[in-house]
Structure formats: C-alpha cells, structure tokens
Design a binder for this molecule. Structure first.
Ligand SMILES: [Zn+2]
Length: 150
C-alpha cells in the first residue's frame, strides 16, 4: 500500500522519466540529477528504507544496479559509478521510499559532474531525458521487453 504523500508512489510527473519497468522495480532518470546519467532504481512497492525491504527485492535491486551501471558506462562514458542507498533523513534520504542511486562520475572538473554545493545545478529537461533513449533500448535488449505500467 502506498504511503501517504509519497513522491514515488503518487507523483505522476515522474512518469516522464521512466527508463525501465519490470513489474518489481522502476528505473527513473533522477529529476534533480547530481551528474549526467543519474538514475534511480525504485521498488514498485512502498518500503521506507532498506530495513523494511524483503531480501528478494534487495537482490533484484542489486541485480538491476549491476546492469544499469554497465549500461551507464557504455552510454555515458563516465570514469566510474557511485551507487548510493541512503536510509533515513539524516543520511540524506530525501524521498522516504527506498531507492538505489546510480551516479556516473566523470573526470575532475567535467561539466557533467556534481558541483561543490551538491547539485548538478538544474532540474532535468526533456533533452536530458532524451539522452536516456539508448539506455532504454539497451535495457530492453538485455533484460526483456517490459512495458511500463500505467
Ligand atoms: Zn512510496
């Protein structure tokens, strides 16, 4: 059951950024990316954090993390990937619905990297979302043709 006022459960505007959906998880382009190619892997069921989540769901998230890290490497060409799983507001968890971050990291001083203030400086645009088209195609080829649920 969806928690009251949960952005990931309730916010229909996030649907624009959907990259992949296999019925267990949704992969979303981060609406406020900290670097180019920043994605979120989100279980479709509402769990507040990692402590609430069944191991099977966690395993699936880590399976998708490996796959989407690999796709981000080939599509966005970063020099590394940071995976972050924040639990609790004091640990910078801004949306209290558990999610894994896939954050490509680029060379020092690259315009695609996180800024000193912790942001990439902007809300994601339609052209930023279009950059994920190759990931969408690659994900369908690797993981199967799953339709995003309505
Ligand atoms: Zn939720």
């Amino acid at each position: 059951m969806a928690a009251l006022m949960c952005k990931f459960c309730d916010d229909r505007t996030l649907k624009d950024g959907i990259i992949f959906d296999d019925g267990v998880c949704t992969v979303l382009a981060s609406k406020y990316p900290t670097s180019r190619g920043h994605m979120l892997i989100i279980p479709k069921s509402h769990y507040e954090n990692i402590f609430d989540m069944p191991v099977e769901v966690l395993e699936h998230i880590f399976y998708l993390t490996k796959e989407f890290n690999s796709m981000a490497m080939s599509v966005f060409k970063p020099i590394g990937i940071k995976n972050v799983f924040n639990s609790g507001a004091v640990a910078d968890q801004r949306i209290l619905h558990a999610h894994m971050h896939v954050i490509p990291v680029y060379e020092e001083n690259s315009k695609y990297n996180v800024k000193a203030d912790g942001s990439w400086g902007k809300e994601i645009t339609k052209s930023d979302i279009a950059e994920f088209d190759l990931i969408k195609t690659e994900a369908m080829l690797r993981l199967g043709t799953h339709k995003a649920s309505p």
